[in-house]
Design a protein around this ligand. Structure first.
Ligand SMILES: O=P(O)(O)O[C@H]1O[C@H](CO)[C@@H](O)[C@H]1O
Ligand SMILES: Nc1nc2[nH]cnc2c(=O)[nH]1
Length: 267
């Protein structure tokens, strides 16, 4: 049973670090999910490509609830993910790693919770308001930071991620506004992925890779090609970062993530 899962974002479509990889289709109340399972360092690890292996699913159409529920069904407790981002912070340059610690949600049409009351397609038909003060697991963040430091990568130990609906990139005015609001980087997939993991009391952290300066800061036109090309150039470093981070993930969970539902339902 995999305790740890990796969700690969743009440019991260296969688990290059796993051995004896096999594929499983996991049925969930939100649909079927294709998950790869393999071994690394004596541990069974689950991997899923957020956009599908051929990058066929755009950010606003990803079945986040099925993905996270599937990992929960497999027994996953800890999720590490990658996110390709634009930077609004001149100190966070293309190629830099940002270990996210905060996020802001500007998405519009997504499904944000498992707890839809009576409408829930599972037996968790209660209302739940989880704490999301710190949206990322401190223990996973520490593992990522320790690994990035040890590998000598250019990284930033904190960063605020603004999640936009997409699939278009931003206007200059939107980036100007997000900068005033305190965002460091901008992407399209952390919401609702992070909160859905929290709702199932799973630990979640994301390493953002800056692929470009955001609209209006970059002098160039923004392209998905540039994003995927930079991610391809960083694929080895991303693999090493994930491999080393996994070694630093404590076996025991002492973070608040595991008790996220305590007090959330009013009982
Ligand atoms: O967040 P990931 O999955 O890395 O993908 C990022 O890359 C795409 C834009 O090029 C968007 O989907 C954005 O969210
Ligand atoms: N929303 C958004 N996502 C990205 N992913 C990579 N670069 C960007 C960007 O500039 N904006």
């Amino acid at each position: 049973m995999p305790r740890i899962a990796i969700i690969g974002g743009s440019g991260v479509y296969d688990p290059k670090l796993l051995e004896n990889v096999r594929e499983e289709f996991v049925s969930t109340p939100y649909g079927r999910v294709r998950v790869k399972l393999g071994e690394y360092d004596g541990e069974e690890i689950a991997f899923l490509a957020r956009h599908g292996e051929g990058h066929s699913v755009p950010p606003h159409k990803i079945n986040y609830r099925a993905n996270i529920w599937a990992l929960y069904e497999l027994g996953v407790e800890r999720i590490l993910s990658t996110s390709a981002v634009g930077s609004l912070n001149e100190l966070m340059k293309p190629g830099d790693f940002v270990i996210l610690d905060q996020l802001m949600d500007f998405t519009k049409t997504r499904h944000y919770t498992f707890y839809d009351g009576e409408d829930s397609p599972h037996d968790r038909k209660f209302v739940a308001h989880v704490d999301f003060t710190d949206p990322y697991c401190p223990e996973l963040r520490k593992a990522l930071i320790t690994a990035a430091k040890e590998l000598g990568f250019t990284y930033h130990p904190t960063g605020t991620y603004a999640c936009m609906e997409g699939p278009r990139f931003e206007t200059k005015a939107e980036i100007r506004a997000l900068k005033i609001l305190g965002a460091d980087v901008v992407g399209m997939t952390q919401c609702p992925e992070a909160v859905l993991a929290r709702e199932l009391e799973m630990c979640y952290a994301s390493v953002a890779i800056v692929t470009n300066f955001a609209a209006g800061i970059s002098r160039e036109k923004l392209t998905h090609t540039e994003v995927v090309e930079l991610m391809a150039r960083k694929s080895e470093e991303i693999k090493y970062l994930l491999m080393k981070s996994i070694k630093y993930i404590p076996k025991e969970r002492h973070c608040a993530c595991k008790d996220a539902l305590k007090g959330a339902t009013g009982d």
